[in-house]
Design a protein around this ligand. Structure first.
Ligand SMILES: NC(=O)c1ccc[n+]([C@@H]2O[C@H](COP(=O)([O-])OP(=O)(O)OC[C@H]3O[C@@H](n4cnc5c(N)ncnc54)[C@H](OP(=O)(O)O)[C@@H]3O)[C@@H](O)[C@H]2O)c1
Length: 157
């Protein structure tokens, strides 16, 4: 069994905001399409709050949810209590999509191989910030995704 490529998928505003009041601070259809394309068919790892922020189960993707609560369960969720448990649950897969929020990004940043970052060129109000990425990442590609967004791929050597 080989270890999966761990890919962080995040949309982050210029002021590092990623969330507000349990939801996304923006509605950007181009980014939702991009997110779907990046995650389809892959197991997704997320925090319990992000899971609860979803409008429902996202079709075609496993939902691996990290919580400290040993009793917690929800329909459509596979439960883990730490990064190692989530990776073990994912099993023998090529790629694992880590989809947030802030706590779970912080937990997986040291383990990640790639970041698929949507830069949202705005400064919305928010209560959830992306943790600093660290300095060892380099941009491997960048493309315009819409009027105020860029799709940026970061890797580290
Ligand atoms: N822009 C984006 O790309 C993006 C992506 C995802 C989410 N978001 C936004 O971000 C917000 C939600 O993110 P969040 O940072 O508040 O929460 P989160 O990371 O989704 O979930 C936090 C929960 O994860 C569990 N957890 C955290 N650290 C843990 C650890 N060390 N061990 C075990 N479990 C742990 C805890 O669950 P329990 O409390 O159950 O123990 C904690 O309450 C929402 O506004 C959402 O819309 C934005």
């Amino acid at each position: 069994m080989s270890a999966p490529e761990i890919v962080i998928v995040v949309a982050r505003a210029d002021n590092r905001v990623i969330g507000n009041a349990g939801t996304l601070p923006w509605h950007i259809p181009e980014d939702l399409k991009h997110f779907k394309k990046l995650t389809m068919g892959k197991p997704m790892v997320m925090g319990r709050k992000t899971f609860e922020s979803l409008p429902g189960r996202l079709p075609g993707r496993r939902h691996i949810v990290i919580t400290r609560d040993r009793q917690w369960q929800a329909e459509g969720a596979e439960v883990a209590h730490d990064a190692e448990g989530a990776i073990a649950l994912a099993g023998d897969v090529a790629e694992l999509a880590v989809i947030g929020g802030a706590d779970i990004f912080a937990m997986f940043l040291p383990l990640a191989h790639r970041i698929e970052l949507t830069e949202v060129h705005d400064t919305p109000e928010g209560d959830t910030l992306m943790p600093p990425l660290g300095t060892d990442w380099r941009v491997s590609s960048r493309e315009m995704g819409g009027p105020i967004i860029d799709f940026v791929t970061l890797v580290r050597d």
